[in-house]
Design a protein around this ligand. Structure first.
Ligand code: MD6
Ligand code: FE
Length: 220
């Protein structure tokens, strides 16, 4: 019996650098952004100094529990009139901060590793989760170019990602995401439903009691 003599490392927890396929077109790259996480968080701080995190209002009139900001040529925005991308930050009145080169580079490298070449995102939506904050099940359909994948970088506290199907009612898988993990999805997975369960209390050495998520898209 082969299983009886399996060495321990074959059942050890997922290592940094491992690629976990979620579905055709979607995978988790464990620890892919770990080496540059400190730099990414410093850039988030710089961006937030110009375009602060804010709780957007949904078209239904509710304030979102996740705080958001953006960098890039456009930014994702929501109010009573709907979800859309804007060229200016309504709060600051200025254009969104430009996308740091390290952001574009990590997104491009992750996309390439996942099989999507020449990825050139024009926006990075930055989400900030405090303890207890969640993101309800949704799919990302406000982007014009849906051939391009989305690249998502997790920083700070861990979270449980809900990974659903193409219809809202399909069952969801729970995928743990930790600091430095990158999720890439595109192609047949691009319109899948997903969400984030309430972030559990904790303290991260670099991010404190928060989780940050960078999602890169080609919006225009
Ligand atoms: C988050 N992410 O992980 C929220 N959307 O905080 C998303 O909503 C998301 O991670 C599209 C693709 C990847 C994502
Ligand atoms: Fe999303």
């Amino acid at each position: 019996m082969r299983t009886a003599t399996l060495p321990l490392f074959e059942v050890a927890p997922v290592a940094t650098g491992a690629r976990e396929d979620l579905a055709p077109g979607a995978c988790v790259l464990r620890g892919f952004a770990l080496d540059i996480a400190t730099t990414l968080l410093a850039e988030v701080e710089r961006i937030a100094a110009r375009s602060p995190f804010r709780h957007l209002v949904t078209p239904g009139g509710k304030s979102m529990s996740v705080a958001m900001t953006n960098c890039g040529a456009v930014g994702w925005f929501s109010d009573r009139s709907g979800y859309r991308y804007t060229q200016r930050d309504r709060e600051s009145g200025a254009s969104w901060p430009s996308m740091p080169v390290v952001f574009a580079e990590i997104a491009r490298a992750a996309a390439s590793t996942a099989g999507f070449e020449d990825y050139a995102p024009d926006v990075c939506l930055i989400n900030r989760y405090e303890i207890g904050t969640r993101l309800t099940l949704h799919c990302d359909h406000d982007e014009r170019d849906r051939r391009a994948p989305i690249v998502s970088v997790s920083l700070g506290l861990p979270a449980t990602f809900l990974w659903g199907g193409l219809a809202r009612k399909e069952p969801q898988r729970r995928v743990p995401l930790t600091h430095g993990d990158v999720v890439v999805w595109g192609g047949p997975a691009r319109m899948r439903y997903h969400g984030v369960l309430p972030v559990k209390a904790g303290e991260h050495p670099l991010a404190g009691a928060r989780r940050f998520n960078l999602t890169f898209r080609v919006a225009r």
